[in-house]
Design a protein. Structure first.
Length: 255
């Protein structure tokens, strides 16, 4: 039950200043058709740190069409199995790391701005459909991963990457529980909670760990209740270390 996130996957080496110095090398994935977008992210040699696989490419900090990127991500989440079958677990893992970070953070070193996925340009129904589609990643893929296969760490970290920038987009920089003021943001907050609870209820260990981890980062008022309910039901099946880790998810202190 205890997991250690791999920090080498969590931050890219590219700096916004480097991009500004080489505008002629900028790449805007939002201009790509879906099949080209898939090839761009997944047709790469495997590197230990996923950012290394993209070291020779420069990205625009602000995509021209964030709506297109959210559509691509939604389609990918619902059709991830054939991508993994074609590209393999290693390439799929490193490609997903970069896709999610580009969607959430756009690799900016500046104070948080609502890039891409969280941009007000993206219609709320489209954003909600994308979040809903992320359930399929766990229902159709993660819970069916053979125990002998080392699961790419992105599936454990997925909801950390989604939840943290969402909270930051609402001005929530601490890990305290909060309720967004904006009605659309409240619906988004509730929707992420609902999807995480559904993933938790799949009953597969790696799905449970990913969902618990995400609940620990979401800062939702109902998150602690859901995690405590899981702990009450599963305590006898957990190690001492596992119990302590679940408690950090409940208390919002999980890393």
């Amino acid at each position: 039950m205890v997991r250690t996130a791999d920090p080498t996957h969590a931050h890219g080496n590219q700096k916004s200043g480097d991009m500004a110095d080489s505008p002629e090398q900028s790449i805007d994935p939002s201009r790509m058709a879906y099949d080209d977008w898939i090839a761009f992210y997944f047709d790469r040699p495997i590197h230990f740190g996923s950012s290394d696989a993209f070291g020779d490419d420069e990205f625009l900090l602000e995509p021209a069409d964030p709506i297109q990127l959210v559509r691509h991500l939604t389609k990918l989440c619902g059709n991830l199995r054939p991508v993994i079958k074609h590209h393999g677990w290693g390439r799929a893992g490193q490609g997903l790391w970069r896709i999610l970070f580009d969607a959430a953070y756009m690799w900016s070193d500046e104070p948080f701005e609502p890039h891409c996925f969280w941009s007000p340009v993206v219609p709320q129904p489209l954003r909600e459909a994308c979040i809903q589609s992320m359930y399929s990643v766990y229902d159709s893929v993660v819970q069916h991963i053979h125990p002998d296969i080392v699961m790419p760490n992105i599936f454990f970290m997925w909801w950390d990457i989604v939840a943290n920038p969402f909270c930051e987009s609402q001005g929530q920089w601490s890990r305290a529980v909060f309720c967004p003021v904006d009605p659309d943001a409240r619906r988004t907050h509730d929707l992420i909670l609902d999807v995480l609870e559904r993933i938790l209820n799949l009953g597969e260990q790696r799905c449970e760990e990913a969902a618990l981890h995400g609940l620990g980062h979401l800062c939702h008022p109902e998150g602690a209740r859901i995690v405590q309910q899981y702990l009450d039901q599963c305590r006898d099946d957990l190690t001492k270390e596992g119990i302590q880790w679940v408690e950090t998810c409940r208390d919002g202190t999980v890393m």
